[in-house]
Design a protein around this ligand. Structure first.
Ligand code: NAP
Ligand code: MG
Length: 493
C-alpha cells in the first residue's frame, strides 16, 4: 500500500535517468504526507537528446505506409490492456498519485488503448489523396507529416488526453516528445514506456520534470515542428508566444466554463439526475469540459435543486482506492484553494450554498485535498464560480425565464469549450445548441461519458485553437502538399 515507485525518462528507444540524476517526489492527495513515488526531473540536456532522437527517427517512421503504422498502433493498443493484473496495479498507483477513483483511472488506461485502434482505423481514409482536374493543370492534393511533435498534457486526465494526441500524431507519420504533467507523472509515464518500447527507437520519447526547467526548451526547440498543448489559458498563451519564435504551429486545448441549459420541457425522469451529476462532478469536477454553470428554466428550478441535490448527497467522498468511494480528493492544494475561495465568496454574499455527499472518514477528509460536492442555488451571475472556471466539485445553478436570456448568459463568457441543452424536444435543443459559442454541444448529457471520440473536439474564444479527436485530429498533424502538372499528363486516367 505504501510502497513507492520510480519512473525514468525514455529517449531513443531506452529508459534512462536524467543528465544530472535528478528526481522529484509525488505525494498522495488523499494523504499528502504519503510519498507515492519519484519521477525523473528532466533537464534541458535531456530535451536536446529527446528532440534529436525524434528528429532522427522521423524519416523512417514517415516513410512507412498508413497500413504499416496502423498495424503497429494496433499492437500497442493490445499491449496496453493485455495484462489485466498489471493494468489494475497501475490503476491503483494512478489513483494514489492523482486522487481520482479507481473506476476512472482504469477507464483512462483503457481509453488510451481504444484511441490507438480508432486512429489506426482511419488508415484507408488517410491514404486517399484529393485529385483536381482543371485544365491547364491537374493537381494531386496530398498531405505530409510535420516532423517532431511536442505533446503536453495536464494532470487531470493525462492518459485520456494523450489518447487524443499521441496515436493521432503517430498515425499521421510524426515522431513525438511527450511531457506529462509534474502532478501526475508516475502511472502515465509507466504506460507510455510500454508504448514507446513497442515502437522503433526515437519515435516516442518521454520527458518528465518541472515545466519551468524543460517546458520552453521543448516548445521553443527549432526541430519541434508542431505543438499540441492541453492546459490552462495562461500557460497556453505562453506556449503560443514561445512557439511563435520558430513559427511553430500550435493546437491549444485550454480551459472551459461550460454552460448547461435546462429548458422548460426537459425530461428529468430515468437517470437524468445521474447524467447531470456526472456531467458536473466526474473526476471531482476537474474536467475541462465539465458542466460548470447550470441555467435552469424557473418552472423546473425546485425539481432540479431537489433531484440533483439528492443524487449528489448519495456520493461517498474519500480515498479513491476504496470500492465504496465515488468521489476522491482534488489533485492538489492550489486547485482546492481556487474552489474553496469561490465557495467562501458565495457564502459571504449570502448565497444558498449546499455542501453535500457522505464523508465516512472525517479525519482523512480533514487532512487531504478534499472538497465535498457543492451546489450554489439561485446563484448570482456575478459570482466568481459563475464567471470563472472552477475546475472542482462546485456547481452554480442560475434560474432563467426565457431561452434568449439563457442563451445570452451562456455566450457571455470568455470560454467556448463545450455546452449542453436539456429538452424533450430534440429539434428545439439542436437549434439552440447551434447558437451556443462552443466547440462541442451535448444534448441531454454532458461530459466525457457522453463524448463521441469520432467528432472533432476543441474550443472557441479562450478555450483554444484547433481540434483534437476524430479524423480531423489526425490530419492536424499533417500539412497539405499540392503536386501539380499539365492536365492530362499528371493524371492520365
Ligand atoms: P497548466 O498549468 O497549464 O499545465 C498544463 C501542462 O503544461 C502541464 O504538463 C505543465 O507542466 C505544462 N507546462 C507548464 N508550463 C509550460 C511551459 N512553459 N512549456 C511547456 N509546458 C508547460 O494546466 P493544469 O493545471 O495542469 O491543468 C488544468 C487546466 O487545463 C484547466 O484550465 C483545464 O480547463 C485545462 N484543461 C483543458 C482541457 C481541454 O481539452 N480543453 C483538458 C484538460 C484540462 P507541469 O505540470 O510540470 O507544470
Ligand atoms: Mg464557473
Amino acid at each position: 500500500m505504501t510502497e513507492t515507485v520510480e519512473t525514468k525518462l525514455f529517449i531513443d528507444g531506452a529508459a534512462c535517468g536524467t543528465s544530472d540524476g535528478g528526481t522529484y517526489e509525488i505525494f498522495n492527495p488523499a494523504r499528502p504526507a504519503e510519498l507515492v513515488g519519484r519521477a525523473a526531473a528532466g533537464t534541458p540536456d535531456d530535451v536536446e537528446r529527446a528532440v534529436k532522437a525524434a528528429h532522427a527517427a522521423f524519416p523512417a517512421w514517415a516513410a512507412l505506409s498508413y497500413g504499416e503504422r496502423g498495424a503497429l498502433l494496433r499492437k500497442v493498443a493490445a499491449a496496453i490492456t493485455e495484462d489485466m493484473q498489471e493494468v489494475e496495479t497501475r490503476a491503483r498507483l494512478f489513483t494514489r498519485e492523482h486522487g481520482k477513483v479507481l473506476r476512472e483511472t482504469r477507464l483512462e488506461i483503457s481509453r488510451l488503448g481504444e484511441r490507438f485502434v480508432q486512429s489506426a482505423d482511419y488508415g484507408e481514409r488517410l491514404e486517399r489523396d484529393d485529385l483536381i482536374r482543371a485544365a491547364p493543370n491537374d493537381t494531386i492534393i496530398t498531405r505530409q507529416p510535420r516532423g517532431v511533435a511536442a505533446l503536453v498534457v495536464p494532470w487531470n486526465w493525462p492518459l485520456a488526453i494523450l489518447g487524443a494526441k499521441l496515436p493521432q500524431a503517430l498515425m499521421a507519420g510524426n515522431t513525438v516528445v511527450v511531457k506529462p504533467s509534474a502532478n501526475s507523472a508516475l502511472a502515465p509515464t509507466m504506460t507510455l514506456h510500454k508504448i514507446a518500447a513497442l515502437l522503433p527507437p526515437g519515435v516516442v520519447n518521454i520527458l518528465t520534470g518541472s515545466a519551468s526547467r524543460i517546458g520552453d526548451a521543448i516548445i521553443g526547440h527549432p526541430l519541434v515542428r508542431y505543438v499540441n498543448f492541453t492546459g490552462s489559458v495562461d500557460v497556453g498563451r505562453h506556449v503560443m508566444k514561445v512557439a511563435a519564435e520558430n513559427i511553430t504551429p500550435v493546437t491549444l486545448e485550454l480551459g472551459g466554463n461550460d454552460a448547461g441549459l435546462v429548458l422548460h420541457d426537459a425530461d428529468l425522469t430515468g437517470d437524468a439526475f445521474q447524467r447531470l451529476y456526472r456531467g458536473a462532478f466526474m473526476s471531482t469536477g476537474q474536467i475541462c469540459f465539465a458542466l460548470k454553470r447550470l441555467y435552469v428554466h424557473r418552472s423546473r428550478f425546485d425539481e432540479i435543486a431537489e433531484g440533483l441535490g439528492a443524487a449528489i448527497d448519495a456520493q461517498v467522498v474519500g480515498d479513491g482506492l476504496l470500492p465504496e468511494t465515488t468521489m476522491g480528493p482534488m489533485n492538489n492544494a492550489k486547485q482546492l484553494k481556487v474552489v474553496t475561495d469561490m465557495i467562501a465568496q458565495a457564502r459571504a454574499r449570502g448565497q444558498k450554498v449546499l455542501e453535500l455527499g457522505q464523508v465516512p472518514d472525517p479525519a482523512l477528509y480533514a487532512g487531504g485535498y478534499f472538497q465535498r460536492p457543492t451546489l450554489v442555488l439561485d446563484a448570482d451571475p456575478g459570482l466568481s464560480v459563475v464567471r470563472e472556471e472552477q475546475f472542482g466539485p462546485v456547481l452554480p445553478i442560475v434560474p432563467f425565464d426565457d431561452e434568449e436570456t439563457a442563451l445570452a448568459m451562456a455566450n457571455d463568457d470568455p470560454f467556448g469549450l463545450a455546452s449542453s441543452v436539456w429538452s424533450e424536444d430534440i429539434d428545439r435543443a439542436v437549434a439552440l445548441a447551434r447558437r451556443i459559442e462552443a466547440g462541442y454541444s451535448f444534448i441531454n448529457a454532458h461530459g466525457p461519458s457522453a463524448q463521441d471520440g469520432n467528432g472533432p473536439f476543441g474550443g472557441f474564444k479562450k478555450s483554444g485553437i484547433g481540434r483534437n479527436f476524430g479524423y480531423e485530429g489526425v490530419i492536424q498533424f499533417q500539412g497539405h502538399h499540392s503536386i501539380s502538372g499539365a492536365a492530362g499528363v499528371l493524371l492520365t486516367d
